[in-house]
Design a protein around this ligand. Structure first.
Ligand code: NDP
Length: 326
C-alpha cells in the first residue's frame, strides 16, 4: 500500500513512524502547505511536495492520511481530497462529526473513494469501546475519564493569559470518582467531581503571579468548572519535565443483568500513552489498511470506526487471526 501524508505536524510525523512498523505499507510522499524545502522528513526514498501538486499523485497513492488540525483544516481538507483519494482523518470536534460525515460522504462517492473519519483514540478506540459496551449491556451507564495527559487546547488557553510566557496543562481523573464507578456504584458525577486540572506556568519578567493564577482559575469553559492547581516554574524546568505529549484515559460502562437486575458488570478499557500523536497515528495507519481493502472491494463513501469490521485492520489474514487471536 502506498501512503501519502498531508500535513506534517505531530500527527504527520507520528504516521511516518507508524508506517515503518507496517511492512505492507510504504510512504510515497508528504504534502505540505509550507514551502516543501523547509520541511524535512525521515523516510529515505519518500519526497516532500507542495499540496498544490497533489493532483499529480492521484494514481500513485492508495490512501492519503490527512494530518491537519480539526478546528479549521480538516472540515475543508477531508471532503476536498476525498474526491481525489481514499482518505482518512482524525477529526475530533465531536459535535460537528455528523456534518463532517455528510460532507465527506458526498465527496467520496463522486469518484468511488472511501473516506474514514474521526479515527484515533477519542474519537476512535474510545468510541468503539463505548459502542461495544452499550450493545452488550443495554441496562447501564457510561463513563469516560481523560488523563493523566496534556490538553493542547487548555495549554494554548494558558499561554494566551497576560503575563504568561509558556505553559502546559494536565487533565487528571479524580481517583475517588474512578473507584466509585469501578465498584459499580453508578454515581452521578459533576464536571468538577470527574477531573482536576494542573497547570505549569512560566511567567514573563515582572508578571504578577497572584493575578495570573486568578485569571487562569476563573477562565470560563476552560478552568472555572474544575479544581485547578497552578505551579510557577522556570523555563528550563518546563522544557526538562513537561515537553512530552502524554495522554490516556478510561472508558467504563457499568451495567446490570438478571431478571431483577441483581448482578453487576463493569467493562473497562484504558489507555496510558507516552505520546498522544504517535499512538493516534498507529490507530490511523491500521484503519488506512481497512480503507484500502474496502475500496478494493468496490465500497465507497464515508465510514467511521463503527462501520469497519475488526479483521480489516489487521495485516494477518483470517485463518491466521482465528488460529492466533480468537
Ligand atoms: P499540529 O498543530 O502539530 O499540526 C497541524 C498542521 O499544522 C500540520 O498538518 C501542518 O500542516 C501545520 N503546520 C504549520 N506550521 C507548522 C510547523 N511549523 N510545524 C508543524 N506543523 C505545522 O497538530 P497535531 O498533528 O498535533 O494534531 C492534528 C489534529 O489531530 C488535531 O487538531 C486533533 O484534532 C487531531 N487529533 C485527534 C485525536 C483523536 O484521538 N481522534 C488525537 C490527537 C489529535 P502543513 O504541513 O500543511 O503546514
Amino acid at each position: 500500500m502506498k501512503i501519502g501524508i498531508l500535513g506534517y505536524g505531530n500527527l504527520g510525523r507520528g504516521v511516518e513512524c507508524a508506517i515503518k512498523q507496517n511492512p505492507d505499507m510504504e510512504l510515497a510522499a508528504v504534502f505540505t502547505r509550507r514551502a516543501p524545502e523547509t520541511v524535512s522528513i525521515l523516510t529515505e526514498g519518500a519526497t516532500v511536495c507542495s499540496v498544490n501538486d497533489v493532483e499529480q499523485w492521484k494514481d500513485k497513492i492508495d490512501v492519503m492520511i490527512l494530518c491537519g488540525g480539526s478546528a479549521t483544516d480538516l472540515p475543508e481538507q477531508t471532503p476536498k481530497y476525498a474526491e481525489m483519494f481514499n482518505v482518512i482523518d482524525s477529526f475530533d470536534t465531536h459535535a460537528r462529526i455528523p456534518e463532517h460525515f455528510a460532507n465527506v460522504d458526498a465527496a467520496a462517492k463522486k469518484n468511488g473513494h472511501v473516506g474514514i473519519i474521526s479515527v484515533g483514540w477519542d474519537p476512535g478506540m474510545f468510541s468503539l469501546n463505548r459502542m461495544y459496551a452499550n450493545a452488550i449491556l443495554p441496562e447501564g451507564r457510561d463513563y469516560t475519564f481523560w488523563g493523566k495527559g496534556v490538553s493542547q487546547g487548555h495549554s494554548d488557553a494558558i499561554r494566551r493569559v497576560e503575563g504568561v510566557k509558556d505553559g502546559k496543562q494536565y487533565t487528571i481523573p479524580v481517583e475517588a470518582a474512578l473507584e466509585a464507578v469501578r465498584n459499580g456504584e453508578n454515581p452521578e458525577l459533576t464536571t468538577r467531581q470527574k477531573h482536576t486540572r494542573e497547570c505549569f506556568v512560566v511567567l514573563e519578567d515582572g508578571a504578577d503571579p497572584v493575578k495570573v493564577e486568578e485569571t487562569i482559575k476563573n477562565m470560563p469553559n476552560y478552568f472555572a468548572d474544575y479544581d485547578t492547581t497552578v505551579h510557577f516554574i522556570s523555563e528550563e524546568e518546563l522544557k526538562a519535565n513537561h515537553s512530552g505529549i502524554p495522554h490516556g484515559g478510561f472508558v467504563i460502562r457499568s451495567g446490570k443483568t438478571g431478571w431483577n437486575l441483581e448482578n453487576n458488570h463493569v467493562i473497562e478499557y484504558s489507555l496510558k500513552l507516552d505520546s498522544n500523536p504517535e499512538f493516534t497515528s498507529c490507530v490511523i495507519v491500521a484503519y488506512a489498511r481497512a480503507a484500502y481493502r474496502l475500496y478494493k472491494e468496490g465500497q465507497s463513501g464515508c465510514k467511521t470506526v463503527f462501520d469497519i469490521a475488526p479483521a480489516y485492520l489487521s495485516a494477518k489474514d483470517g485463518a491466521e487471526l482465528r488460529k492466533s487471536l480468537l
